[in-house]
Design a protein around this ligand. Structure first.
Ligand SMILES: Nc1ncnc2c1ncn2[C@@H]1O[C@H](COP(=O)(O)OP(=O)(O)O)[C@@H](O)[C@H]1O
Ligand SMILES: [Mg+2]
Length: 463
């Protein structure tokens, strides 16, 4: 390990902040939230502010918190090690950087309750919680309790945030709605908005990132591109369109009349099993352009209370097998199956997959990452610049068409959907989409809303 005293003299170049980052670097409120949208240069600003404070106040103790260790490493530790190489010493065993002037930056994560216990006894002067909306208010309060101590160093708490996440509600309350409760002093809170468009460095190196945000349906685009905190309510798949005569043009609709599937198209089967709830088995045909069509659906309830089991697993899978051996679109074809990974779970007795195997119905495990999965569903549903989506539903698939537009946003995790609703087809759709992920489609120029000056809308930004 290197000793501070042996460090050679080296010039530190931190780079140039953009105007929003500069506001963040200069802000002296006790609580400062920075962000509002994705890719605004938040983590960069956290690192630079932590380094500036370390030099400005010799002996200060700073902590940077992120939810998981891999995120902490890839967003902060790696960059800080590089930035401060030869100037300060990083110790992996303690995950701390020590400066020759005695200042220390601690890197900490908090993925579960056990990690939270580690904060007890830690005392710091300045805390940065990066992506604070990934924490619940209770977790945030426990981490915040580390900011204490009797010395003359400033005591500050910095948060970076995007709309969405389990902490959406408390961050919005404190910094956007500015509704305070007893013990909270309004003058101590400041909010600085930064949008991805403020991050010229990223816009230059990764213009695709903007394209991805623009391809989102309006509510998510408003949240992640424009930094709107009021949007996670109402219909989850707001882009879903069922235009009765849509089959004539197939433009700006997702629901079409069935047609005979060319034999050459690939067939997929996605499946979501509900314990005591509906199951959804969905057959998709994919054309030469990668466009998917929901062609057939088997949907039913696995167990109706007081009526006995209607659709026990063997009946479901033997029916799936029958359809696949008899239906003209499916018989004789190779079918790629993907299913809810929980059907491999044997902790409640025989795993459901055993019944599938027994009936010659085979599946790969679906990817159950929810938010990336919903993104894939949104990318598929998005209309391209000519009004064509990457997924259509035959109007005979009534459970899909009925349930998809009914789903609502979750109140608990704002950018997820409310899982207490009939989301079985949606889950099956998600497994299918994740098995064949696509890039977001190109949008029309007119959708570029980000040129508006956000300051006109957000007079409460700390300027
Ligand atoms: N002022 C800046 N100068 C140079 N590069 C920057 C600047 N601000 C951000 N970046 C770069 O832009 C990318 C995204 O910034 P980051 O801070 O990770 O965004 P966020 O945390 O808001 O998602 C990173 O590669 C980061 O290093
Ligand atoms: Mg970041």
């Amino acid at each position: 390990m290197q000793n501070n005293a042996d460090l050679p003299v080296k010039t530190l170049y931190l780079g140039e902040p953009n105007p929003r980052q500069a506001l963040f670097l200069m802000d002296k409120h006790k609580y400062v939230a920075f962000g509002g949208a994705r890719g605004g240069g938040k983590s960069w600003a956290v690192r630079v502010k932590a380094v500036l404070l370390s030099y400005r106040y010799p002996g200060i103790k700073i902590m940077i918190v992120r939810r998981t260790y891999p995120e902490l490493r890839s967003n902060h530790i790696n960059q800080m090690k590089e930035l401060l190489s030869g100037l300060a010493v990083y110790k992996d065993s303690t995950k701390e950087i020590t400066f020759p002037n005695g200042s220390v930056i601690l890197f900490r994560y908090a993925q579960n309750e056990k990690d939270m216990d580690k904060y007890q006894g830690t005392e710091v002067d300045v805390l940065f919680v990066d992506e604070a909306t990934q924490f619940t208010e209770e977790q945030f309060n426990r981490i915040k309790a580390c900011v204490r101590g009797v010395n003359n160093f400033p005591k500050r708490i910095y948060l970076t945030c995007n709309p969405g996440g389990v902490g959406h509600g408390f961050v919005k309350r404190l910094f956007v709605d500015k509704k305070y409760t007893i013990g909270e002093i309004p003058e101590e809170y400041s909010f600085i908005r930064s949008l991805v468009t403020d991050n010229k460095a990223l816009m230059k190196t990764n213009p695709d990132y903007i394209r991805q945000l623009e391809a989102l349906p309006p509510k998510l685009r408003k949240a992640w591109l424009e930094g709107d905190w009021n949007i996670f309510e109402g219909q989850f798949f707001e882009e879903f369109r069922d235009i009765p005569d849509g089959y004539i043009t197939r433009q700006f609709t997702h629901v079409i009349e069935p047609f005979d599937i060319p034999r050459e198209w690939t067939i997929y089967r996605s499946f979501d099993f509900g314990y005591g709830k509906p199951f959804s088995c969905d057959w998709w045909a994919v054309d030469y352009d990668g466009r998917a069509y929901l062609i057939l659906q088997l949907y039913g309830c696995t167990d109706i209370p007081n009526e006995g089991v209607k659709w026990h697993p063997d009946r479901i899978f033997s029916e799936i097998h029958r359809i696949e051996t008899e239906h003209k679109w499916l018989k004789g074809k190779q079918i790629f199956g993907v299913a809810d990974p929980s059907i491999w779970d044997a902790s409640r007795g025989e795993a459901i997959i055993e019944a599938a195997d027994r009936n010659f119905v085979y599946f790969d495990k679906g990817d159950n990452k929810r938010l990336p999965g919903w993104m894939q569903c949104h990318y598929r549903l998005a209309f391209d610049e000519n009004g064509y989506p990457m997924v259509y539903f035959f109007n005979t698939c009534t459970a899909a068409i009925r349930t998809l537009p009914l789903l609502q946003f979750s109140e608990r995790i704002p950018e997820d959907l409310n899982t207490e609703q009939e989301d079985h087809f949606a889950d099956s759709f998600r497994y299918f989409c994740m098995s064949r992920p696509i890039a977001p489609p190109k949008q029309k120029e007119s959708k570029r809303l980000y040129d508006k000056d956000p300051l006109n809308l957000y007079h409460y930004a700390a300027v």
